[in-house]
Design a binder for this molecule. Structure first.
Ligand code: NCD
Length: 309
């Protein structure tokens, strides 16, 4: 199957279950191959651009690691200030220019829809590494990969999504994947940060079981997977509102041991205060393994969209 060649990766909702499974299998293959050798030659001569107009640690560095491990090269920037955007250049012109240089573009930008805008003007495949409060499909794919790796299966899993479900782009992309696996979703958020109602309504129409509660303990007691998220400070117009909401949910080791000792704990990271550090030593705290899986999944995506896997 090579339908991925040239494909833009923009939105969790763009994939069929078959496509998701193919990405997962390709990622698992790269994980196995990296156990035997530190790097491959598959993308020798290819160049990836990482254009990050917003802060990033994991997404950018794991994309770059993935490209290096595939034998390819990377150019890019990690803030717009050092680029001609600061002189007033448009996103479209920046993308058109970079498109002259590279084979794949991975980008992050504060504006919803920016990756789609870039894809419309670029010949090279564009991979969305986060567009404002919109989508973050590569994170969602690595989250799914991690659920499979940690629990053996995704089908029928009860997944609790907790935190900022309004602005959190990782959960916006994630639900679009979980809908293919008959998952039961329990959404836990403070009232102002609930999942947009049109998303919840659409997921229910598509046959997904979606429940909502503001009570983390009640949800945790039923969870196979607890996916914690950060309150997205940078999306708030009113800093006082952020201050009021930032301590809404704090997961502790005591809560897990009391309510659901074998729950798998995920977090896209960065963590601020929503998971106490005493959770980290639990064997089911999977968030750093989750970050590692980002390399395998991004290797798969890079190899697929260049037509090399
Ligand atoms: C997430 C993001 O940027 O949306 N981080 C990531 O890519 N791992 C989550 C967040 O910033 O809270």
């Amino acid at each position: 199957m090579n339908d991925f060649k040239g494909m833009d990766i923009l939105d969790g909702g763009q994939f069929s279950r078959e496509e998701i499974e193919h990405i997962m299998a390709t990622a698992a293959d790269f994980e196995r191959r990296l156990q035997q050798q530190r790097g491959l030659d598959l993308l020798r001569g290819y160049v990836l651009a990482t254009l990050f107009f917003e802060p990033s640690t994991r997404t950018r560095l794991s994309f770059e690691t993935a490209m290096h491990r595939l034998g390819g090269a990377v150019v890019g920037f990690s803030s717009a200030e050092s680029t001609s955007v600061s002189k007033g250049e448009s996103l479209a012109d920046t993308i058109r220019t970079v498109d002259q240089y590279v084979d794949v573009i991975a980008m992050r930008h504060p504006q919803v829809g920016s990756a789609r805008e870039a894809a419309a003007v670029a010949e090279a495949p564009v991979i969305n590494g986060g567009d404002g409060a919109g989508q973050h499909p590569t994170q969602a794919l690595l989250d799914l990969y991690t659920i499979r790796a940690e629990r053996g299966r995704v089908d029928g899993t009860t997944i609790v999504l907790c935190g900022d479900l309004k602005y959190g782009r990782t959960v916006h992309a994630g639900v679009e994947l979980y809908k293919h696996y008959g998952c039961r979703l329990i959404l836990v958020a403070p009232e102002p940060l609930r999942m947009p109602p049109e998303v919840t309504a659409r997921l229910r129409q598509q046959g997904l079981t979606v429940e909502e509660t503001p009570n983390l303990e009640e949800a945790l007691a039923q969870a196979d997977v607890l996916y914690m998220t950060r309150i997205q400070k940078e999306r708030f117009a009113d800093p006082a509102e952020y201050e009021r909401l930032k301590g809404s949910y704090i997961l502790t080791r005591e809560m897990i041991e009391r309510l659901r000792p074998d729950v798998t704990v995920l977090h896209p990271l960065p963590r601020v205060n929503e998971i106490a550090t005493d959770v980290d030593d639990l064997s089911n705290a999977a968030y750093f393994r989750q970050a590692r899986n980002g390399v395998y999944v991004r290797m798969a995506l890079l190899a697929l969209v260049t037509g090399r896997a």
